[in-house]
Design a binder for this molecule. Structure first.
Ligand SMILES: [Zn+2]
Length: 242
């Protein structure tokens, strides 16, 4: 049976409220505000819209308070690593398992899908983190620079000098660029995504060396240089949550 879900809006004393209405075999009207602040109403098959909206109007204060509450909640943060054996990280769309090993000197080494952290003192989280971060930065530099070389080649008609790469951990953007200083800054967390997603971000930043804004010309260039950019952007946003 097809779900009967419809989107509506009703004007209340607390402003306009958008809601999703679903009709079900139930006796009473029910209303719920979800954590994403959307309003969901279920109603009996034959309830009149006027009756449903009267119900919503009567609950407008509650809806307003619930939305305020959810908006004030901090977003769920990704689990913090402790850099211990058994933990997994995402790398270029695949999973890598961490293994902490006690040894006479400190070094990291990747074998297939396992990253070994060799440490003298395996109990010290600061040392584990430092070793891991150094390894990850090395991988980011290697992969990002390789992609930048590919993309730079595609822009040969513009005679761009090869930009400097800076790594940052950012919570609101994938990358940025400084068109005059020829610097591209990339979010370390991009390394979690498949290569084509990183390529999309790098191509976007290279397009800014030609068009610093987000004008029509900018998007026309991006489209020409990376026709699948919309797809790669969508994959990136569903793979890595900032
Ligand atoms: Zn941009």
């Amino acid at each position: 049976m097809a779900l009967q879900k419809e989107e509506h809006a009703v004007l209340t004393v607390d402003g306009e409220i958008d809601y999703v209405l679903e009709r079900k075999k139930i006796k009473n009207i029910n209303l719920r505000v979800k954590p994403d602040c959307s309003v969901y109403v279920s109603a009996p098959q034959r309830a009149a819209v006027r009756e449903i909206e009267g119900f919503i109007k009567a609950k407008s204060k509650y809806i307003k308070r619930a939305k305020e509450y959810y908006r004030s909640c901090p977003k769920i943060k990704p689990v913090e690593l402790e850099y211990v054996s058994g933990e997994t990280i995402k790398l270029l769309g695949t999973e890598i398992e961490l293994k902490v090993v006690r040894g006479s000197r400190e070094f990291s080494e990747r074998k297939g899908s396992v990253l070994y952290l060799h440490l003298k003192d395996t109990e010290d989280i600061k040392r584990r983190k430092r070793l891991f971060t150094a390894w990850l930065d090395g991988v980011c530099r290697e992969v990002f620079t390789d992609i930048m070389r590919d993309v730079h080649g595609r822009f040969s008609e513009y005679n761009l000098s090869f930009p400097e790469l800076k790594l940052r951990t950012m919570t609101s953007r994938w990358g940025s660029c400084h068109p005059y200083k020829k610097i591209i800054t990339l979010n370390r967390r991009l390394i979690e995504a498949p290569r084509h997603c990183i390529e999309q971000v790098v191509t976007h930043e290279f397009c800014h060396f030609v068009h610093p804004d987000h004008s029509k010309d900018f998007y026309a260039l991006l489209q020409r240089m990376y026709p699948e950019w919309r797809y790669s952007k969508a994959v990136l946003e569903s793979t890595v949550v900032l």
